[in-house]
Write a protein of this length. Structure first.
Length: 90
């Protein structure tokens, strides 16, 4: 007889990521990596040591370094715990 695994709610999983690196894909052409410092019930997030990635119309990756950012949960599409961000151009 196999044991059933208790369900994990999405906010519980996000809570386990506090203090860790996270990769956030937005609904726009922007992506962010940074250390998750906090979030609320709407998944608005505070990240520190942030790298912002944006895809240009030519398909090139543009990056910016930021100390801290607040992301609106309505615009977040995907969260990747431990993610290092998009692959760099060679």
């Amino acid at each position: 007889m196999s044991e059933s695994i208790p369900p994990v709610l999405p906010l519980e999983l996000v809570d386990k990521c506090i203090g860790s690196k996270i990769w956030v894909l937005m609904k726009t052409d922007k992506e962010f990596t940074g250390i998750l410092r906090g979030f609320d019930q709407f998944v608005n997030m505070v990240l520190e040591d942030v790298c912002e990635y944006e895809w240009s119309s030519e398909g090139r990756l543009i990056t910016k370094q930021l100390d801290q950012i607040l992301l609106n949960g309505n615009n977040i599409c995907v969260l990747i715990p431990g993610g290092s961000g998009p692959p760099q151009e060679t």
